[in-house]
Design a protein around this ligand. Structure first.
Ligand SMILES: [Zn+2]
Length: 266
């Protein structure tokens, strides 16, 4: 059997009892969410510096713009696609222990996945980062809420909603450029990967550190690696199974093929 097929991937996952899926932007493009790095990605239309933590803290105008844009975007919320649903199925059927994602869209949880580590935070949660946080580290009072809270403040006429407890700046929990990862998140992801019997990389170019080091470390520990991505990745040569395709169709095929394999091995 070709190591390049969805069949080979189904074989690998059929035996998995603690697989970990590592997902990137490529799994959400089919939900209409732009990929930052692809040729027609967000960077061609936005200034990356606008997304830096330092500028968010420094510029009320930029914060107002960010809230306006986000509010408009979520008027018509993105929905999970076949790839997200297939991963939720794989977890429900006991093949996956969880998902480590670079995405901030919350679509894995929407699809029904239960164990999801969001390495780069979420655009669906907001939190107080304090009045003058420095050096990429939020220094909030602990206030946190759904982004719906912020949208309600905008609807009530506040352009740059402030923390109701301490008056601090409010930001989504998305990790911006120049912002440190949230404490404990990398440890949580590492713990999942350390117990993994398969690591399945989906829709990630594996170009962002430290996130990309997780699959590399799993491979070094002898855990089989599978990669589903439309483009080549730096770890392709290490992968037992590679499928050069968009995620949705491949994962749906794999999830559909697994019940028959379970029956055959029962
Ligand atoms: Zn606060």
């Amino acid at each position: 059997m070709s190591p390049m097929s969805a069949d080979a991937l189904a074989d690998l996952l059929a035996d998995a009892r603690a697989g970990v899926a590592f997902t990137g932007a490529g799994i959400s493009t089919e939900s209409g969410i732009p990929d930052f790095r692809s040729p027609d990605g967000l960077w061609t239309r936005e200034d990356p510096r606008d997304f830096s933590f330092r500028r968010y803290v420094a510029s009320p105008a930029l914060r107002e713009q960010a809230w306006r844009r986000r509010h408009a975007l979520w008027q018509d919320p993105p929905r999970p696609n076949l790839g997200h649903f297939a991963l939720a199925d794989l977890e429900a059927e006991g093949h996956l222990a969880g998902i480590v994602t670079q995405n901030v869209d919350g679509l894995h949880a929407d699809a029904g996945s239960r164990t999801v580590v969001e390495l780069h935070g979420s655009t669906r949660r907001v939190t107080c980062i304090g009045t003058a946080p420095r050096a990429g580290t939020p220094q909030g009072c602990g206030f946190t809420a759904s982004h719906a809270w912020a949208f309600a403040r905008l609807d009530a006429g506040e352009a740059d909603p402030r923390c109701p407890s301490c008056g601090g700046i409010v930001k989504t929990t998305t990790v911006s450029f120049g912002q440190n990862l949230w404490p404990g998140v990398l440890e949580e992801a590492s713990a999942l990967v350390e117990r993994a019997d398969v690591v399945l990389v989906i829709g990630s170019s594996l170009s962002v550190e430290p996130a990309a080091s997780l699959p590399r470390r799993a491979h070094r520990a002898g855990v089989p690696l599978a990669i589903v991505n439309a483009e080549p990745t730096p770890l392709d040569d290490l992968a037992e199974v590679r499928v050069r395709a968009r995620a949705g169709g491949v994962l749906a095929d794999v999830a559909a093929a697994l019940p028959a394999r379970r029956e055959a091995s029962a």
